[in-house]
Design a protein around this ligand. Structure first.
Ligand code: CU
Length: 347
């Protein structure tokens, strides 16, 4: 992207104003667009070149001037030229696209994580602090935000055109997407995978706020319990703590600090404990038994909703050295009973 900034800004502003292109409201948007413009530019060059040749040749070699066809022998130089130049252009596009791909697919490690559940036909966002929103998503600007997404029913696809992000939302598996919003404002969310009758209504709005406004919003929209706190309750009510009590005599491993580590399994392989692994460990424990333990953990398939699984994952993620989440200690009963802000749903 080494076009002069003035020209660049003019081009992108003009395209946005002409409604041919969505706004550029995230850090990756200019990079995605640069590749896109390059592709359009190359296509135009090809179009014009071929157009001129077709037009020129049909005049030059028209029938009155050439009543009898002449045999033309090939030219190696010419053939090599029209092979090597397009090849070079395609390779540049490939390398450029691959670099961009890595940029888009590698979330920064300090990203703020928000969970998104897709279902027919709505988007539900769950913030770590316990804020819940439907068909709406509040995010701070100037900070990487990662969405950990899952579908409760069929395939969906989460897309914010102004941020140039789009990712499949799949039943049974977490997928992630990240962005860094650059300008406060509201932007469309679309489902871009046909998912049933009301697919076209599966839309929403992202509100990008300045860090101060975002803090204000988080405080005002709290449901009273963080996801980890909900998870802690679930952990007790589902009886997980019977085996995962943290004591040395417990039948299950201590889950404190397990997030982000590599676990040794009985089948000899090693796995990284991330959100997806935690979810799977709860639903399919027999698939990957931790070395040193008996396969006694029952499966919880069909017993915990996606919301509940997110709560448990968030709880285990936040377990550092003991079985209480630090924030829990300061939560009084009156906090728990606080009514939700209109537009928010209670967990
Ligand atoms: Cu959908």
């Amino acid at each position: 992207m080494h076009i002069s900034p003035v020209l660049w800004q003019f081009l992108t502003k003009w395209l946005a104003a002409s409604a041919l292109f969505p706004r550029e409201a995230s850090t990756v948007a200019p990079y995605t667009d640069a590749l896109y413009f390059f592709l359009i530019g190359m296509t135009l060059v090809g179009l014009i070149l071929v157009g001129i040749l077709v037009f020129g040749f049909s005049i030059r070699y028209r029938r009155e001037r050439n009543p009898v066809a002449t045999q033309v022998e090939g030219s190696t130089l010419l053939e090599a030229t029209w092979t090597i130049i397009p090849l070079a252009i395609f390779l540049v596009t490939f390398v450029w696209g691959a670099l961009l791909y890595f940029r888009i697919y590698t979330p920064p490690t300090n990203a703020l994580n928000i969970y998104v559940i897709g279902k027919q036909w709505m988007w539900k966002a769950e913030h770590p602090g316990g804020q819940h929103e439907i068909n709406a998503l509040h995010v701070p600007i100037g900070r990487p935000v990662q969405l950990t997404m899952i579908s409760q029913d069929v395939f969906h696809s989460f897309s914010i055109p102004d941020f140039r992000v789009k990712r499949e939302v799949i039943p049974g598996r977490y997928s992630t997407v990240w962005f860094n919003a650059t300008e406060p404002g509201t932007y469309h969310i679309f489902c871009t995978q046909y998912c049933g009758t009301l697919h076209s209504g599966m839309i929403g709005e992202v509100t990008a706020l300045s860090p101060e406004d975002y803090d204000k919003w988080t405080k005002e929209s709290t449901s009273g319990m963080s996801l980890a706190q909900n998870g802690e309750r679930l952990f007790a009510s589902m009886g997980c703590n019977a085996c995962h009590s943290g004591s040395a005599a417990a039948r299950g491993p201590n889950l404190a600090g397990v997030y982000g580590t590599k676990l040794q399994l009985t089948n000899g392989s090693q796995v990284l404990v991330n959100d997806a692994y935690l979810r799977d460990a709860i639903l399919n424990p027999s698939q990957h038994v931790t070395a040193g333990y008996a396969p006694i953990m029952p499966t919880y398939q069909g017993q915990i909703s996606e919301d509940g699984l997110i709560d448990l994952v968030e709880y285990i993620k936040n377990l550092n050295s003991n079985y209480r989440v630090q924030q829990t200690l300061g939560t009084s009963q009156s906090d728990l009973a606080a009514p939700a802000t209109p537009g928010m749903v209670k967990p």
